[in-house]
Design a protein around this ligand. Structure first.
Ligand code: ADP
Ligand code: MG
Length: 383
């Protein structure tokens, strides 16, 4: 039977991680990441077991402390390349439960690992059955991106966030990362001088309280929104570390973090895409947009952004008159299509022009076609 344990192997050493991967059998699936990516991965998902291979740089102790601070229940197995006593003691103090010295103790590792995994799984099952140990899952980050301006990113991001908020009991936050020009504040008629930029002074101790303090709550849906500073100079001083910390903090306090992005790639956008659980690429059914999507795919490969496992397409503004139809697009796409949204000028324009939220409450009657299509998409991401 396939085990449900989430096992993360952190390693920059190909020889060792191949040895380890080959020796773990019996239905365990192991995800391999490099040391530089460990912080991101443990923020993205709660790991049951982390096998941490000693990196070149001296970051093992702080990385292990970090993993334990994010998720105290994670079991850490350290693979050391030497038997430096002080180092191993520090590693154990930092929170590693087991260590093996490689290559000498590889066979010991093979013989001990099944029991270690089994024990962990048994304990986990016991805990899952007692209600008081319920831990809130990690929230998910969804980003909406497209290389084309005007494809509908901001309207869709705002409507998806409102939909998830009104149709479920989930905590939802919408973040406008169009740091130069904004957009969400207009779509949702938010008048405020508090923006994302007000969080920069507290970035090192950023917590849920700071975020709730700066976010605006929409009256009708009670959706939380972090608006853009709408200022190129301020935007320039925002670092990618800030973006990463902001998103990680939001995912600890909200079930869904919906991120609206601009139509270009810079270091803020790359960071947001990397931190995302899912990327929704907004495509309109025309040849130029398909060409831009191809270019984006190539650029992502060059920048090392992992797209295939988490990207899907939202085909927006579909209609009978389109140059290209849904079935034509499907054949040429390398990503699955998560939803289609009809072209709905008539329904949408009054809301957009008045800056009126499209979704206000659950069970609204007379949803416009645009809102109906987004609702279908929103309900599909809940599973
Ligand atoms: N499905 C749709 N039907 C009709 N108009 C749409 C649709 N999606 C977006 N729009 C309109 O297209 C314009 C650009 O949308 P916007 O969300 O600002 O795009 P982006 O954020 O990608 O630049 C807006 O006027 C919006 O109302
Ligand atoms: Mg926009």
């Amino acid at each position: 039977m396939e085990s449900s344990l989430k096992i993360l192997l952190v390693s920059d050493d190909e020889v060792i991680h191949n040895q380890i991967l080959n020796s773990i059998s019996g239905g365990y699936s192991v995800q391999l990441v490099q040391t530089d990516d460990v912080v991101r991965e443990v923020n993205r998902d709660i790991q049951d077991i982390v096998i941490f291979v000693q990196p070149e740089k001296d970051v093992a102790v702080e990385s292990i402390q970090y993993i334990k601070s994010v998720s105290p229940a994670t079991l850490i197995i350290y693979i050391s390349k030497g038997s430096d006593f002080t180092q191993l003691r520090n590693i154990t103090k930092a929170g590693a439960t087991e260590f093996f010295v490689y290559p000498e103790e590889h066979s010991l590792f093979i013989s001990r690992v099944p029991a270690i995994f089994q024990n962990y799984e048994n304990n986990k099952l016991k805990k899952d059955q007692s209600p008081q140990s319920f831990t809130k899952g990690r929230g998910q980050i969804f980003t909406l991106f497209s290389g084309n301006g005007g494809s509908g990113k901001s309207s869709l991001a705002a409507t998806l966030a409102q939909t998830l908020k009104v149709e479920t009991t989930a905590e939802v936050i919408l973040i406008d990362l169009n740091l130069q020009f904004g957009g969400i504040e207009t779509i949702l008629s938010i008048e405020s001088n508090r923006s994302i930029a007000d969080l920069t002074p507290v970035i090192n101790e950023l917590n849920e309280g700071h975020i709730r303090n700066v976010a605006q709550k929409i009256d009708t849906s009670k959706l939380d929104v972090l608006i853009s500073p709408c200022d190129a100079e301020v935007a320039e001083n925002i670092t990618e570390e800030f973006i990463a910390k902001l998103l990680r903090t939001c995912r600890r306090s909200f079930d869904f973090v919906i991120v609206d992005l601009p139509s270009y790639i810079n270091h803020h956008v790359v960071t947001a895409l990397e931190e995302s659980d899912r990327i929704f690429y907004i495509l309109t059914p025309d040849t130029p947009s398909l060409k831009v999507l191809k270019q984006f795919e190539e650029l992502a490969v060059r920048l090392g952004i992992e797209l295939p496992s988490k990207t899907s397409i939202i085909l927006n503004k579909i209609g009978k008159e389109n140059e290209i139809q849904e079935k034509d697009v499907k054949h040429v796409l390398r990503f699955p299509m998560a939803a289609t949204v009809r072209l709905d000028h008539k329904g949408l324009q009054p809301y957009i022009n008045k800056g009126e939220p499209i979704r206000k409450m659950a069970k609204e009657r007379r949803l416009i076609p645009f809102a109906k299509d987004v609702k279908k998409w929103g309900l599909s991401v809940l599973n």
